[in-house]
Design a protein around this ligand. Structure first.
Ligand code: DGL
Length: 273
C-alpha cells in the first residue's frame, strides 16, 4: 500500500512542466514533489512516439526510485504519445495533462467550437480531438501547432510585440472559424495567458490544462486515500528538482516562474534508467 505522505513524481521534457508543478503547489500545498525535467533531450514536440515513450519510461523508472505515490505526466507531448502505453504497466496512479484539459474545454464551449494549440506532436497525434469526441462528438475541434511559442517563452518574451505578432499569425484560423474556447495545450503556453487574452479578447475562454490537472490530481488522491492530509505537521512539503543537463539554465527559468528561489537541482544520467 502506497504511503500517503510519499511525494508525487512530476515530469516534463524540460522547464515547461513547472507550470504544472506550480499549480500542484498552489492547489495541494501539503504534497511533496519530485520534479524531473529532461533538459538534455528537449524538445519532445518534434520527436517520434517511440522516442518520447522510451524517454518517458526511463524517467518513470527514475522517479520510482524516489518512492513516489503517483506520477503526473506534466508534458502534453508525453501525455499524447506515451501515457496510454505506460498506464497499464504501472502499479501506482499516473495522470497526464491532456484529459483534464479536454474535459474542461468540452464543458466550457457554448458554440461547440474548440481550438487547441500545442507542439507538432501533440496536434499531429489528434489526442485532444479524440478525447473531446469521447465526451461529445458534436464538438468541432481545430488544432494548430505553434512551435515558435516555446522558444519565445524560454527567451522570456512574454510581453513583447514580436510574440504578439507570432500569436496573431498562429491564431488567425481560429478567429476565422469562430472558436469560443482555446486549450493552451503545451506546458509553456499558460505563461502567455496575458498575451492570448489581449489578442483574443474576453469572448474566447482559455483552458489551462496545468490548472485542470492539479485539480484532477487532488480528486484522484482523495479518492484513493493517498492525499497528504497534513497530519504529520512537523513535516513540511519538500520540492526536489532533477534534470538531465544544464542545471543552472533550469534554475534561472524556475526562479522566474516559481514564487521562491530554487537552489538545488541535481543532474541525473537518465539514459542509465
Ligand atoms: N513540454 C512540451 C509539451 O507540453 C513542450 C516542449 C517540448 O516540445 O518538449 O508538449
Amino acid at each position: 500500500m502506497a504511503d500517503r505522505y510519499a511525494p508525487i513524481g512530476v515530469f516534463d521534457s524540460g522547464v515547461g512542466g513547472l507550470t504544472v508543478a506550480r499549480e500542484i503547489m498552489r492547489q495541494l500545498p501539503n504534497e511533496s514533489i519530485e520534479y524531473f525535467g529532461d533538459t538534455a533531450r528537449v524538445p519532445y514536440g518534434t520527436k517520434s512516439r517511440a522516442t518520447v515513450t522510451r524517454y518517458s519510461k526511463q524517467i518513470i523508472r527514475f522517479l520510482q526510485t524516489k518512492n513516489v505515490k503517483a506520477i503526473v505526466v506534466a508534458c502534453n507531448t508525453a501525455s499524447a504519445y506515451a501515457l496510454e502505453e505506460i498506464e497499464p504497466q504501472l502499479d501506482i496512479p499516473i495522470i497526464g495533462v491532456v484529459k483534464p484539459g479536454a474535459v474542461e474545454a468540452a464543458a466550457t464551449t457554448q458554440n461547440n467550437k474548440i481550438g487547441v494549440i500545442g507542439t507538432q506532436a501533440t496536434i499531429g497525434s489528434g489526442i485532444y480531438t479524440q478525447t473531446i469526441h469521447k465526451i461529445r462528438d458534436d464538438i468541432e475541434v481545430m488544432g494548430k501547432a505553434c512551435p515558435l511559442l516555446v522558444s519565445l517563452v524560454e527567451e522570456g518574451w512574454l510581453h513583447d510585440r514580436i510574440t504578439d505578432q507570432v500569436i496573431i499569425r498562429y491564431l488567425a484560423p481560429f478567429f476565422d472559424a469562430g472558436v469560443d474556447t482555446l486549450i493552451m495545450g503545451c506546458t509553456h503556453y499558460p505563461l502567455l495567458r496575458t498575451a492570448f487574452r489581449k489578442i483574443l479578447g474576453d469572448e474566447v475562454k482559455l483552458v489551462n490544462p496545468a490548472y485542470e490537472t492539479a485539480k484532477e490530481l487532488g480528486i484522484l488522491l482523495n479518492k484513493l486515500n493517498l492525499n497528504n492530509d497534513g497530519a504529520l505537521s512537523d513535516k513540511k512539503p519538500t520540492y526536489e528538482y532533477y534534470v538531465s543537463d544544464a542545471a543552472s539554465r533550469f534554475m534561472d527559468f524556475a526562479d522566474s516562474i516559481l514564487p521562491f528561489d530554487v537552489r538545488n537541482v541535481s543532474i541525473v544520467p537518465i539514459e542509465d534508467y
